[in-house]
Design a protein around this ligand. Structure first.
Ligand code: TYD
Ligand code: MG
Length: 456
């Protein structure tokens, strides 16, 4: 008998969000209900699945008391911000995904870590040549380090390479450039990303070597590739910031070994990234004279308190429809605040253009910024500066009430530390006053009361 092997490549459709497989294209994923997430790809062959099964280790179930935890000693990183964000150092066998837009500094951050770490690190790049990496290292000024670099994109080669000489930390830049020889799909496709991450995860867990993966971010802000990539790894970090500003924020989106409230702040300099110890100083512009339309907010970013300058400009609309524009702030929220001013405080802003701006290119989620921004708008409207030394920290409700914010003591302490003399908060905020505080705390229940006190 004769067999003719007809090598026919089979394709299937995969959901980019959850990895759901379907023989035909569907608009709405039956797995995760996301729309337009299906893309056609070459199907992994049966062989691969068999390979996986045969490589599965035989393990035994154990009681919790039998499991040792002593190998959970964390490797402390020289980069204090990264250490903080990871929840206090690097856990053995952890797989960490670092996401961020192109050019934000992901490669710089990891190369800098690799070069300064007193450990045997291996930096594998599929994006840059060895010369480019060396040039970057020269910029960072760390040439005599034990970090090794390798340019390789085939997973099997990488695993072969690390086998005889295992590094203490492995860095892969980036997961989208990696491919496994076992699959026919192109690098960066859903099945490749899933396969490569799965094998690296297995490698990390078996050897206890921590692995960093760089992941690109798509236009809509999610990490390119399937959402399951985020589910597979232990920690997801996101590097963000405005490319036109020097400040970068490293956020924890997921962490199996620590809190997700941590936040690292960096400044991109000519010699790499520098951790910022006192973030408030960045977002407050230094100026002598008092200007109208400026309000300082005491906000929390993650768990870190920081003071941020909000700016507003209110001017008579020249053309029929007044303009509302917001940089670094949600436009809908601005419209809501303006409606509150109009309805609850009786200000006629209907014929005024309103522009607001948050300094430093920061994207904030803390609603405690509301009152400062509203005060800045009022200050610009009256052309009267807000008294020097005043900070605000409260959310505004639809009926014009001044609402309480979380962890107000931390904000008060931060404002006091930076030399502010007065902080305006909600009267519903409970806090433990410290007799040592030199800052005066003013509590209000309604916005109109705040404004009559401010602009009396
Ligand atoms: P990079 O790490 O290549 O970004 P990513 O890997 O996220 O795509 O960052 C590159 C940018 O950082 C580039 O615009 C140059 C800038 N940069 C500095 O400003 N200072 C430095 O010391 C380095 C190494 C890069
Ligand atoms: Mg890069």
């Amino acid at each position: 008998m004769e067999f003719t092997s007809m090598a026919k490549t089979k394709t299937a459709f995969f959901c980019r969000s959850c990895g759901y497989e379907s023989p035909k294209w569907v608009g709405k994923c039956p797995g995760c209900e996301s729309w337009n997430s299906f893309a056609e790809e070459i199907k992994p062959t049966q062989q691969v699945q068999v390979w996986k099964r045969s490589h599965a280790k035989t393990v035994q179930a154990r009681t919790l008391s039998e499991i040792e935890t002593e190998n959970q000693i964390r490797l402390e990183l020289p980069d204090a911000e990264l250490n903080l964000v990871l929840g206090g150092g690097l856990v053995p066998g952890a797989v960490i995904l670092l996401g961020g837009e192109p050019g934000i500094g992901k490669s710089t951050l990891l190369l800098q870590m690799a070069l300064t770490l007193k450990a045997n690190t291996l930096y594998i790049s599929g994006e840059e040549s060895e010369t480019q990496i060396k040039m970057r290292a020269e910029r960072l000024g760390e040439l005599d380090s034990s970090c090794r670099v390798l340019t390789e994109t085939m997973l099997e080669n990488i695993l072969k390479w690390v086998d005889p000489e295992p590094p203490e930390v492995l860095i892969i830049d980036s997961i989208q450039t990696l491919y496994s020889d076992a699959l026919e799909a192109t690098p960066g496709s859903i099945s490749q990303i899933r396969e490569c991450t799965g094998r690296l995860l297995q490698y990390a867990k078996e050897t206890g070597i921590p692995v960093f993966l760089v992941g690109h971010i798509t236009k809509d802000g999610s990490i390119a590739g399937p959402k399951i990539l985020e589910h597979m790894v232990d920690t997801v970090l996101q590097f963000e910031g405005d490319r036109h500003h020097n400040y970068r924020i490293l956020r924890t989106l997921k962490n199996r070994f620590g809190s997700t409230h941590e936040l690292g702040i960096y400044e991109m300099s000519g010699q790499g990234l520098r951790g910022v110890k006192n973030p408030s100083e960045i977002w407050l512009s230094q100026r002598e004279e008092k200007l109208s339309g400026v309000g300082i907010a005491a906000v929390l970013e993650g768990i870190r308190p920081l003071l941020l300058e909000t700016q507003a400009l209110v001017s008579s609309a020249v053309y029929g429809t007044p303009q509302r524009s917001a940089t670094g702030f949600d436009l809908r929220r601005l419209n809501m605040l303006l409606a509150v001013l109009e309805k609850r405080c009786g200000f006629r802003l209907g014929a005024q253009d309103v522009f607001v701006n948050l300094a430093g290119g920061l994207r904030l989620e803390d609603p405690a910024i509301d009152l400062a921004l509203m005060a800045a708008i009022m200050s610009s409207y009256h052309s009267e500066p807000i008294p020097a030394g005043c900070v605000f920290s409260a959310e505004i409700g639809l009926s014009g009430e001044v609402r309480a914010v979380q962890r107000v003591e931390q904000r008060i302490v931060e404002a006091e530390k930076l030399g502010f003399t007065d902080i305006i908060i909600s009267k519903y905020n409970k806090y433990q006053a410290d007799p040592k505080w030199g800052i005066k705390v003013h509590s209000f229940g309604r916005v109109d009361e705040v404004f009559s006190w401010l602009f009396a």
